[in-house]
Design a protein around this ligand. Structure first.
Ligand SMILES: NC(=O)c1ccc[n+]([C@@H]2O[C@H](COP(=O)([O-])OP(=O)(O)OC[C@H]3O[C@@H](n4cnc5c(N)ncnc54)[C@H](OP(=O)(O)O)[C@@H]3O)[C@@H](O)[C@H]2O)c1
Length: 213
């Protein structure tokens, strides 16, 4: 299923993103992983190549705070590989300061990486996926997107926004055979199948959105 697919994974240098990259490579995808710096991206690529020299992986470091930087980097991926099949919006940051110490700057920083960058990346792959009439955008959400959390207010706020982005992309792009999904630790909040418009959404949400169609 993933064989020869061209996948971009943001935050692919460590943690969950690195595990996703490993899984994709083991399933014969071609992966372009993104780091915050070229150095961390190169280090992750070297570690993966050491594990299996046949894995097709490269590292890039677009500035996720700049749409122009993301677009230029992803256009480069499309030029080198001819297409972009999968985008995993995984780069993210969290914080745990109480509201009394939360600065507007920190709030903006979390929202910028977790939300704005996810939009920039989705927007930047759209032309390729629309031209191909296929594609898959996966956003890493969190359980706190359902329940909030007592400290670190921007993080759950950002993940609520990620869920909204995902559902909206799923509804808009599903008819164009581009699917969008978010994973909140194994519970998909939104999934739009290629042929079904609003496809396989879970439980009550599915019923609600089917009504809206
Ligand atoms: N860990 C959890 O328990 C948990 C639970 C639920 C959801 N999540 C979500 O899962 C995703 C990954 O979490 P994680 O814990 O695996 O993350 P992590 O280990 O902290 O790794 C963060 C990744 O994001 C990249 N990154 C950080 N700041 C960046 C920036 N300004 N620009 C570009 N890239 C940046 C890092 O790249 P560099 O290494 O190059 O800096 C790294 O690859 C996040 O969206 C997070 O919110 C995590």
């Amino acid at each position: 299923m993933l064989k020869d697919k061209i996948a971009i994974v943001t935050g692919g240098t460590r943690g969950i993103g690195y595990a996703i990259v490993e899984k994709y490579l083991a399933n014969h995808a071609v992966v372009v992983l993104c780091g915050s710096r070229q150095e961390t991206a190169d280090r992750a690529v070297a570690a993966l190549k050491e594990r299996d020299p046949s894995w097709r992986v490269e590292g890039i470091a677009p500035d996720l705070g700049s749409y122009e930087s993301v677009k230029a980097a992803f256009d480069g991926v499309r030029e080198r590989h001819g297409r972009i099949d999968i985008l995993v919006n995984n780069a993210g940051m969290s914080s745990s300061e109480p509201l009394s110490e939360y600065t507007p700057e920190l709030f903006r920083k979390v929202m910028s990486l977790n939300v704005d960058a996810a939009f920039y990346c989705a927007r930047a792959v759209y032309d390729a996926m629309a031209a191909q009439k296929s594609g898959c955008i996966i956003n890493t959400s969190s359980m706190v997107s359902r329940y909030g959390q007592p400290k670190g207010v921007a993080y759950p706020t950002s993940k609520f926004a990620v869920n909204g982005l995902t559902l909206s992309l799923a509804r808009e792009l599903g008819p164009r055979r581009i699917s969008a999904a978010a994973d909140v630790l194994q519970r998909f909040i939104g999934w739009c199948g290629y042929n079904t418009g609003v496809g396989h959404l879970t439980g009550a949400l599915a019923a609600e959105l089917t009504e809206l169609r």
